[in-house]
Design a protein around this ligand. Structure first.
Ligand code: GLY
Ligand code: MN
Ligand code: MN
Length: 509
């Protein structure tokens, strides 16, 4: 039985809007991203010299324990060119194949799999998200590769193949054009073989003369410069991270557990739909602050100590990385303030060098210069000319930031659109004296340092901010996270004043 009802134009419009909204929630579609993606694929093909064939695979699922796997995360370069988060996809770019320059291989929708793990993308959805017109079944991938390497037509006929494509196939067979694959990280003799290495081996065994080439450098060169769209994603990740820092500072009080502070932080991440974190959160109190990548979060904070919080939300695949070091009871001691101010001065001096033409190594050297002066003044080193300072500042001053927290790029001169961290630190550890001795500091000098070491023992301070290189210099993307001593002191423990109490449930791991 049909119910006859006339539908007004307004109702049709409402339904259309609802359908559009439902679709939008099922798969990401962003016109700005789509135009970025097309430009990135074009740029990759240009860097390939508009010849050769690029193949990018999804990463395999990683086992966690038993039959539980880690949450899937798309391989960054594949995400960079497709915007697609679904697993088991493969991208092929062949600049000289004028009919099919870009092909995305997508697993067929499968009701059984969808019952367990949710909706899979349809070819239309994948095409809409990525802007790639040719979305083919993943089951066609091997047959397609065979056809390319044997020079046979696929989804076309011989007469429709362009001269460029036929020339490319001949070059490929003669080893004069290459198959580009991501060959980083390299496995060495004993490391795990990535899918790319296995695939390259299979190609060499079965199609003699085929040459493969590492595509990583192409991506490194492109990804190091961020587009306005990417900067917006980074800013979002940074803003979420700043909110997490503020909440953590307000919640902090003597007796709070490290894991409890970590929970406050990661609650903020999740609340903002941040995928999770960009790297495991570092919440390190007292002596733990002198362990650079301390991740256990199992200690209870004590009155009079510092808490170092090095965290980064991941938003839409982009990473933030911000460190603050704060007094647990809301007031820096004279010694803590002395070290803190020195690190802050080094950071400000280093940051002032962020501008086009400068480099990470110049920025590092500036931080070293300021830290050496300060460490000498505090009596922690006896020689400013050598490398004694490295006992207290053992890491680099920063790194690029993007899809990876330690993003691609290293030695290049800075250019507008690059995003980097500036993160000096000082760490006074139980083993500092031995490490000074290991650097050749003689007994007499060590004796002079001993008193200062005792005075500053177990103080670990890092201050880390995220900076965008602009035409004029830099923009501090994390400027809303307080850095000055007075600002931090005004924030720490504010929740306690309004009666938010911590749970004391002891250590678990
Ligand atoms: N959170 C890791 C780093 O600061 O590089
Ligand atoms: Mn960092
Ligand atoms: Mn960090």
């Amino acid at each position: 039985m049909r119910i006859e009802k006339s539908v007004s134009f307004l109702e049709v419009l409402q339904i259309a809007l609802l359908v559009a909204l439902a679709c939008a929630t099922l798969f990401a579609y962003d016109p700005e991203l789509k135009s970025d993606l097309a430009q990135r694929r074009q740029a990759v093909m240009e860097k390939m010299g508009n010849r050769g064939m690029l193949i990018l695979f999804s990463k395999k699922l990683r086992p966690y324990s038993g039959d539980v796997v880690y949450e899937f995360r798309q391989e960054n370069n594949l995400f960079y060119l497709t915007g697609i988060r679904q697993r088991d996809i493969t991208l092929v770019l062949i600049p000289q194949n004028l009919t099919y320059r870009e092909i995305l291989f997508l697993p067929d929708q499968n009701p059984r799999r969808e019952l367990w793990t949710g909706k899979m993308l349809s070819p239309e959805e994948a095409a809409k998200t990525s802007g790639i017109e040719n979305v083919w079944s993943a089951s066609e991938f091997e047959r397609f590769i065979d056809s390319v390497l044997y020079g046979r037509p696929y989804r076309t006929n011989r007469y429709l193949q362009s001269r460029e494509y036929r020339d490319f196939v001949k070059d490929l067979q003669r080893g004069e054009a290459e198959v580009f694959l991501l060959m980083e990280p390299r496995p060495g003799l004993t490391g795990e073989m990535s899918r790319e290495f296995e695939f390259a081996n299979r190609l060499r065994e079965r199609f003699t003369g085929i040459q493969t080439k590492d595509a990583s450098k192409i991506f490194d060169q492109l990804r190091v410069i961020k587009s306005p769209y990417e900067i917006k994603q980074l800013q979002e990740a940074i803003d979420i991270t700043i909110e997490a820092h503020l909440r953590a500072m307000k919640h902090l009080h003597p007796g709070a557990w490290e894991y409890e502070i970590e929970a406050v932080i990661e609650y903020v991440f999740k609340r903002h739909n941040s995928f999770d974190w960009a790297f495991p959160s570092i919440v390190a109190s007292g002596p733990n602050a002198t362990v650079l990548h301390y991740q256990k979060s199992q200690r209870q904070t004590k009155d009079g100590e510092l808490l170092l919080i090095d965290i980064g939300a991941e938003y839409n695949y982009y990473a933030a990385d911000i460190t603050r070091t704060v007094p647990v009871n809301g007031k820096f001691t004279t010694e803590q303030a002395g070290i803190y101010q020195l690190v802050l001065d080094a950071q400000n001096a280093a940051m002032a060098l962020v501008k086009p033409g400068s480099s990470l190594s110049a920025i590092h050297q500036k931080a070293v210069e300021v830290l050496k002066e300060g460490l000498f003044r505090l009596g922690l080193i006896t020689d400013k000319s050598g490398d004694q300072y490295r006992v207290f500042f053992p890491h680099g001053v920063g790194h690029f930031l993007g899809l990876d927290v330690h993003d691609v790029g290293r030695r290049e001169h800075l250019q507008p659109g690059m995003v980097l961290t500036v993160e000096p630190g000082i760490y006074v550890r139980d083993d500092s004296l031995e490490r000074l001795a290991g650097r050749g500091v003689v007994q007499e000098e060590l004796e002079k340092i001993r008193a200062a070491l005792n005075k500053y023992m177990h103080i670990g301070v890092r201050i880390e901010d995220d900076v965008l290189v602009t035409e004029e210099g830099y923009e501090l993307l994390s400027k809303d996270a307080p850095r000055e001593i007075a600002e931090i002191e005004a924030l720490v423990g504010r929740d306690q004043e309004i009666g938010v109490r911590s749970q004391e449930s002891g250590a678990r791991r």
